[in-house]
Design a protein around this ligand. Structure first.
Ligand SMILES: [Mn+2]
Length: 486
């Protein structure tokens, strides 16, 4: 592992983790499987993971079947158990289903779980055919230092180091899991260096407002809420005036709208200093609009997929709309499907608009909406896609005009599984949402819940819908009382 010597501050934990990934990879190689079953998560990180693994398997000449799922369930494990694969790889999921995997897949030659979600470390005993590569085993923070596609990357890298050319996909996955925060830390940082060294990624300072490659500049400024630009955000005409004052034309010579990437270096400088001036009077750090941006060198300059953040958004949209295969094909550079990426993003926007219209039309209908002092429950039933229920809750939490600290619980049915997917968000960052969802769930004997402080969710058996709603109201209103006592 020569490349490691070049790394400053490479902790023992990193080395142990990488050793673990290498051991798993060498075992995989020595098995020479004929056919592999891949199971991956349907978000951007999961899709990037599967693209990395598919590319690795193609190179090794190994056949595969791929399943992209929202979560592992018994039906899926039984299908995998009976299929002709000798080896199974789970990526970006699996750590929460160790017991069931152990039991159902005990006859497989080997099962590799390449994941970064938290695990119960007590009594972690695995049979000899199960290989769990997970940074939490080494005390590495899988929430910020490495994603599921990062773990899949290291595994593939140790299978064949020519897979270094796939490091950029793990960077897209990490961005999808919100692990980029003015740069990368930990193992993600090493992966980023691999991506740059292999010529697939460029890092440079730029405007961090979303849409540099895809939105007309005046629209990008109008829609910017993070940061909120005083006197510009929320108003198209103010955004246009602002650009006029800076002497930046709205259109390119061919009449098309100018995007940030179309600006000359001089215009970029004028725009950034103009924005810094406006932000200087706010509580926001004006410097936050400038930061590293990541470009995928294989994508043309004019493509919105050139920007790694927008690429991640595209993969997320694919997963949520049930079009994960398009996302994977685009990661694998399929030119024909790349042409469809715009359409997927448009469909995603349309779906968001449709959800919000449905909410506005039904917000006073007690069949769907329950309001409390400090909470809002929206039971979308079959009107909201279950794959979008978390997105729905996030958008509600950002778009409701409220000064209050409001908790937002959204529900949607997964009819084919007799389940309800529940998501919890809040308008302020005061409460630990994971603990709240845990309180609601455990009391009702629901064990499929998870998340973190700012976003949490659960899978509720459909027959417990009423109980869940009642108990949620009780727990959420108690939170208000507790906060007042604090
Ligand atoms: Mn992930």
């Amino acid at each position: 592992m020569n490349f490691l010597n070049a790394m400053v501050n490479l902790s023992n934990n990193f080395e142990t983790f990488l050793k673990d990934a290498e051991n798993a990879a060498l075992t995989f190689k020595s098995l020479k499987p004929h056919r592999v079953r891949l199971v991956s998560h349907l978000d951007a990180d999961g899709i990037s993971s599967s693209a990395i693994l598919v590319k690795m398997l193609n190179k090794e000449g190994i056949l595969y079947n791929l399943s992209i799922v929202q979560k592992i369930n018994t039906t899926l494990l039984n299908v995998v158990k009976k299929d002709s694969s000798e080896v199974v790889i789970f990526s970006d999921l699996g750590s929460g289903n160790l017991e069931e995997i152990k039991e159902t897949l005990k006859d497989k030659k080997a099962v590799f779980i390449l994941d970064h979600h938290e695990i119960e470390l007590d009594n972690l005993e695995l049979p000899s055919n199960i290989f769990l590569v997970n940074p939490h085993k080494q005390g590495i923070d899988g929430n910020s230092e490495i994603s599921g596609s990062g773990v899949s990357y290291w595994f593939s890298y140790f299978v064949n180091d020519s897979n270094k050319e796939l490091a950029y996909l793990a960077i897209i996955g990490a961005i999808g899991d919100i692990q980029e925060n003015n740069g990368f830390i930990g193992l993600n940082e090493i992966i980023k260096q691999h991506a740059i060294q292999s010529g697939k990624l460029i890092e440079k300072p730029g405007l961090k407002i979303y849409g540099s490659h895809s939105r007309p500049l005046h629209k990008l400024l109008e829609y910017s809420t993070d940061p909120y630009i005083p006197g510009v955000s929320g108003s198209e005409s103010n955004a246009i005036q602002f650009l006029k004052r800076l002497n930046i034309p709205l259109q390119n010579k061919d009449g098309s709208w100018k995007k940030f990437v179309d600006l000359s270096e001089d215009e970029k400088k004028r725009l950034i200093s103009g924005l810094v001036m406006l932000l200087a009077n706010t509580r926001d750090d004006p410097e936050q609009i400038i930061g590293p941006v990541y470009e995928i060198t294989e994508e043309p300059l004019s493509s919105q997929l050139r920007d790694a953040r927008e690429f991640a958004t595209f993969l997320n949209a694919c997963g949520r709309l049930g079009k994960a295969s398009i996302g994977i094909a685009v990661c694998l550079n399929n030119e024909r499907l790349k042409k469809r990426s715009n359409q997927v993003l448009l469909d995603y926007k349309k779906e968001i608009i449709r959800m919000m219209r449905w909410f506005r039309a039904n917000q006073d209908n007690p069949e769907y909406v329950i309001r409390g002092n400090n909470y809002l429950i929206v039971n979308g039933k079959e009107n909201i896609r279950h794959t979008m229920i978390g997105t729905f809750a996030s958008i509600l939490s950002k778009s409701l005009n409220t000064e209050d600290d409001l908790m937002i619980l959204t529900l949607a049915q997964i009819p084919e599984e007799n389940l309800i997917k529940a998501s919890l968000r809040s308008t302020k960052e005061n409460s630990n949402l994971k603990e709240i969802i845990q309180q609601i769930s455990e009391r009702l004997g629901i064990n499929e819940f998870g998340g973190h402080k700012n976003a949490a969710g659960a899978f509720v058996p459909i027959e417990k819908e009423e109980q869940f709603l009642e108990h949620a109201q009780r727990v959420l209103s108690l939170m208000a009382i507790e906060e007042k006592i604090d």
